[in-house]
Design a protein around this ligand. Structure first.
Ligand SMILES: NC(=O)C1=CN([C@@H]2O[C@H](COP(=O)(O)OP(=O)(O)OC[C@H]3O[C@@H](n4cnc5c(N)ncnc54)[C@H](O)[C@@H]3O)[C@@H](O)[C@H]2O)C=CC1
Ligand SMILES: CC(=O)C(=O)O
Ligand SMILES: [Mg+2]
Length: 371
């Protein structure tokens, strides 16, 4: 199969969808791999590393896209990338379509087969291709939030660990999944007072057992959210309803109850965000303030630590990439019930129900697309 790996073009996105190690695996199985010149640079992989692995380095972006049957990316395609997609191509990347109607329409119009990393599942109901980046984003959320608490960044001037004689800052994490647990761990490590809110009692049980009272667990209700708004120095939004738009849990009205200069870190922004006042930001300008509350809403947080993130992401994606290349997308999805929910758009139709629901569209069963 002809596989192309474009250089990412989203703002400050330095990850790459395939490492030289992955290229070597594909080439060894008889596939042809073209990597856009300098695509791996931001993650520490040179063009010559890819050439040594047997890949072709392509400087001509048009030629790269036109010749590909399978396109491997990290972030959702930007407008100029959507315009390049054709009906006979398969795209494998993060899509987060429920947050982006225009992108959804663009992918439908392209006729391409679009498989999302974030809706592939595993036997335990987890999201194995989201988890490594959720781990990164959760760990980064606290360092981004702590920086945002500094006065020069518009923050309240609270140092999370406090000092002897001065109480630590309070961090509330809404959603105790992969992002939430990793954020809580980092906040705990910094010496903050940490509370996790979740709707899943089973998840709160796991966290309670794992952290033995060092992290408070609270069932998430409107009252619990009101209290979190009043007391927290930092609130991290880490909820997920897979594939669907995030629920708005902190409203604009609640900002008035927060301490001035407190910080909201909306990691769930890639699914539209879980705070009413969130709008996606970039690494170039990561924060803004609303009613005196600092918002950090970067939709590709892991892009900032591209070396670690690329290695973590590609470890998880490679088995699926190999299946797509070896079998073709239809057989690969047919053979693996965990891979099948990855299909989001095919032949002009949405194949993921929560995405279709977000925009009032019809969806078709992905199983019917591979039958
Ligand atoms: N901004 C970025 O760069 C990145 C963003 N993300 C995003 O972070 C979000 C979280 O991802 P994961 O932690 O992997 O998901 P997860 O599925 O592991 O955890 C989500 C948790 O939210 C809980 N939840 C759902 N609705 C809730 C509610 N109303 N109140 C309280 N808890 C609720 C669930 O019970 C679950 O425990 C996703 O939107 C994901 O796409 C992930 C990586 C990078
Ligand atoms: C999950 C995601 O959107 C990211 O890693 O950028
Ligand atoms: Mg996005």
């Amino acid at each position: 199969m002809k596989i192309a790996v474009p250089k990412e073009i989203k703002n400050h996105e330095y990850r790459v969808a395939l490492t030289p190690t992955g290229a070597r695996e594909l080439v060894g199985r008889g596939h042809s791999v073209s990597v856009q010149a300098a695509a791996g640079e931001g993650a520490g992989f040179s063009d010559s590393d890819y050439e040594a692995a047997g890949a072709k380095v392509e400087a001509n972006v048009d030629a790269l896209w036109q010749s590909a049957e399978l396109i491997l990316k990290v972030k959702e395609p930007q407008a100029e990338e959507v315009a390049r997609l054709t009906a006979n191509q398969t795209l494998f990347t993060y899509l987060h379509l429920a947050a982006e109607e225009k992108l959804t329409q663009g992918l439908m119009a392209s006729g391409a087969t679009c498989i999302a990393y974030e809706t592939i599942i595993d036997a335990k109901g987890g999201l194995p291709l989201l988890a490594p980046m959720s781990t990164v984003a959760g760990r980064m959320a606290v360092q981004a939030g702590a920086h945002s608490l500094e006065k020069a960044q518009g923050g309240s001037g609270v140092l999370l660990p406090g000092v002897p004689g001065v109480a630590p800052g309070k961090v509330t994490v809404i959603g105790g999944g992969v992002v939430g647990e990793n954020a809580a761990r980092m906040a705990l490590g910094l010496g903050a007072e940490v509370t996790i809110l979740d709707k899943s009692i089973a998840r709160l049980e796991v966290l309670d057992d794992r952290y033995q009272g060092r992290i408070k667990t609270v069932y998430s209700t409107a009252d619990a959210l009101d209290q979190a708004a009043k007391e927290s120095d930092m609130i991290i939004g880490a909820v997920l309803i897979p594939g669907a738009a995030a629920p708005k849990l902190i409203t604009r009205a609640m900002l008035a109850d927060m301490k001035p200069g407190s910080v909201l870190v909306d990691v769930a922004i890639d699914q539209g965000g879980c705070f009413e006042t969130s709008k996606a930001t970039t690494h170039a300008e990561p924060t803004y303030s609303v009613d005196g509350i600092v918002h950090y809403c970067v939709a590709n947080m892991p892009g900032a630590v591209a070396r670690t993130s690329t290695l973590g992401l590609t470890n998880a994606t490679l088995p699926f990439v190999l299946a797509l290349a070896d079998k073709g997308w239809q057989q690969a999805l047919k053979d693996d019930p965990h891979f099948l929910p990855g299909l989001n758009v095919h032949n002009g139709q949405v194949t993921y129900q929560a995405v279709a629901e977000a925009f009032g569209l019809n969806s078709i069963d992905p199983a019917s697309a591979v039958a």
